[in-house]
Write a protein that binds this ligand. Structure first.
Ligand code: PEP
Ligand code: MG
Length: 613
């Protein structure tokens, strides 16, 4: 067989396992499919005796891949190898980042009577007249009616631009998901019979996708001159009672200031409409009750308690108004005070830093009031292609300009994180293998380039007042730290860069460090606890394990944290997920952990929570 033929016949298969508790659902599938299309290869997924094309969202959905299910990723053709590597990595990232949407805790409040109870979608207290949401289709005369083909294209463009505009936000994925659905056969080939296709989803596991299909249909039709309209009061404060809301309808509702709250009678708190209701801060709940009769009477929607009270008495109304005022004040305060320092009631000052991955997330963190960056996960800068030293320097420079304090973690690959252009020999237990600093000390090229890029960025900084820290991941022995720092000093010397101002520290995420703190105290300038890995290694439960998990505030983990806190003699922070968990805040402060590095969106509320402790 000649070389060309061999190339085209190349077939690479990898087995992947779904590790997210949400399963392999629409939004991550859409991201996956979006990437699949970039390769010159035929890519399929095989599971449960079924093989489907990976370019079609509905086909992948039909595999019903739940947490713990495995499937084969099969890539054939010219770019099979690249596709397999990139898609494997992307899939693992998607699983890792697909966080369960936490159930919103409800407050226990007594009203004289309660007419409905439901789960909270978005918090808030609303008072207004109940209005039933009814829609009507009309042929619009003021819009140019496009052909189906043009309407399909126009809708795809519209969704792509919505996705691009909102890219850093989670709700952007909804638009990408809809765009990928739009490009599936169901819409491209069978639009005429789309009603039947949608009807087939009823009473199946995919019932929750119906609103996305209907929404797409509506978007396409609007370009064909058919508008769906609804009559909504624009002047009177309103609580909308809706059997169903489509994602695009939530967008429209969000523009009507008279709509103060929403009660939904179908769907769930994790549906796409719910995600958008939360992002627009519209107080809302979902109730299971099927029958309702909108009374067009004054109503309280107390989404903080998850209740609806129709025609409330004076006492209930007064209580609701007070709760509404207090809640608004709290929200406004936490956002307005996001740039202010954070002190507990007893005067303990707490620093809230951000975990970031690139310049975009750095900007978002700045806007949300981060006091600095406690963890720059640099592996994300290396994800697709190897960045040049200059490219890296530019990114570090731009991030350093934004904050007075930045901790840059050197490449942390291995384990669940790989790079498509770096071969790590296959290991039986990658989490116990060539990870983090172990990899950098063995394959030194990337490590040296990265250090040089950071040094160059520090060297070119306009202010010398900034605190720049370099943090090594997965350090388990003092010698690893000594070796890594020696490499850094040699690189600086060879390039004539003064690095005396840079601090060097470690992630405290391997349990052996707890027992070597005496030695480490003499070497490092700082520590940051990686609670995600520390928990994994303390309990010997893989952090991505499909069925096993550890209580994030397990008493045993807290004992370890207590011991660490007592024995460290250098500044310490926490940058794992634990730092952002409100149930852990009080406990961490009690142990004297006063520097927390968390996902940026948690910062305003966490600051306010700490102010009340
Ligand atoms: C951790 O392990 O807690 C941590 C912050 O690092 P990562 O999640 O990137 O491994
Ligand atoms: Mg870690």
């Amino acid at each position: 067989m000649n070389l060309l033929k061999r190339l085209f016949n190349r077939k690479i298969t990898t087995t992947l396992t779904v590790t997210s508790s949400n399963g392999f659902h629409l939004r991550p599938i859409a991201k996956f499919v979006n990437e699949v299309k970039k390769f010159d290869a035929t890519i399929t997924l095989k599971a449960k005796n079924k093989e489907v094309l990976a370019t079609q969202v509905p086909k992948i959905l039909s595999l019903s891949l739940e947490k713990g299910d495995s499937f084969e990723l099969i890539c054939k053709g010219k770019e099979a190898k690249e596709a397999n590597e990139k898609l494997t990595k992307l899939f693992q990232e998607l699983m890792r980042d697909d966080k369960e949407i936490e159930r919103i805790e409800q407050e226990q409040i007594t009203y004289s009577k309660i007419d409905m109870k439901g789960e909270t979608i978005a918090k808030g207290v609303a008072i207004g007249r109940q209005v039933n949401y009814t829609k009507q289709k009309i042929h619009s005369s003021n819009k140019k009616a496009l052909s189906l083909k043009d309407a399909l294209n126009k809708t795809a463009q519209e969704l792509e631009s919505l996705y691009q505009q909102n890219r850093s936000k989670s709700e952007a994925e909804i638009f990408l998901a809809q765009k990928e659905l739009l490009q599936s056969d169901a819409f491209q080939l069978h639009f005429e019979t789309i009603e039947e296709e949608i009807a087939k989803l009823k009473d199946t596991k995919f019932e929750n996708k119906i609103p996305d299909y209907l929404d797409l249909k509506k978007r396409i039709e609007s370009h064909m001159g058919i508008e769906t309209t609804f009559k909504l009061p624009k002047k009177v404060d309103t609580i909308l009672f809706a059997n169903e809301l489509l994602p695009s309808e939530v967008e429209e509702i969000s523009k009507i200031s008279a709509i103060k709250g929403v009660v939904l009678f179908s769907g769930s708190t994790t549906s796409h409409a719910s995600i958008l209701l939360r992002s627009f801060n519209i107080p809302s709940i979902v109730v299971t009750q099927k029958e309702f009769e909108p009374l067009e009477k004054e109503t309280i929607l107390d989404a903080n308690a998850g209740v609806v009270i129709s025609e409330p008495n004076e006492k209930d109304l007064t209580q609701a108004k007070e709760r509404q005022k207090a809640f608004k004040k709290e929200q406004e305060q936490s956002f307005q005070k996001r740039f202010e320092t954070t002190k507990t009631k007893s005067g303990k000052e707490v620093k809230l830093l951000a975990n970031i991955t690139n310049l975009d997330s750095a900007k978002e963190a700045k806007e949300l009031g981060a006091d600095g960056v406690g963890l720059l996960r640099t592996e994300f800068l290396f994800t697709h292609n190897k960045p040049s030293i200059e490219e890296q320097t530019q990114t570090y420079q731009a991030i350093f300009e934004l904050f007075n304090e930045v901790t840059v973690r050197t490449l942390d690959i291995g384990g669940d994180k790989s790079l498509p252009y770096i071969e790590i020999p296959k290991e039986e237990n990658p989490f116990l293998g060539l990870r983090g600093i172990r990899f950098s000390l063995q394959e030194q090229t990337l490590f040296k380039e990265q250090l040089l890029a950071i040094f160059k960025a520090v060297d070119s900084m306009s202010s010398n007042k900034k605190i720049i820290k370099i943090m090594f991941p997965m350090v388990s022995t003092p010698q690893e730290f000594i070796d890594a720092k020696n490499i850094a000093q040699t690189i600086a010397k060879e390039n004539n860069i003064d690095i005396k101002g840079i601090q060097f520290g470690i992630m405290l995420e391997v349990p052996s460090v707890i027992f070597g703190l005496k030695e480490f105290n003499k070497l490092v300038d700082f520590y940051s606890i990686g609670s995600n890995d520390l928990t994994q290694y303390l309990f010997a439960i893989e952090r991505t394990h499909p069925t096993l998990s550890v209580d994030p505030i397990s008493p045993l983990l807290l004992v370890a944290l207590e011991q660490i806190s007592k024995n460290v003699e250098k500044p310490i922070s926490i940058c794992g997920e634990l730092a952002g968990l409100e149930v852990a805040t009080q406990k961490l402060l009690n142990m004297n952990y006063t520097t927390l590095s968390v996902s940026a969106k948690l910062i305003p509320n966490l600051k306010e929570k700490i102010r009340k402790i």
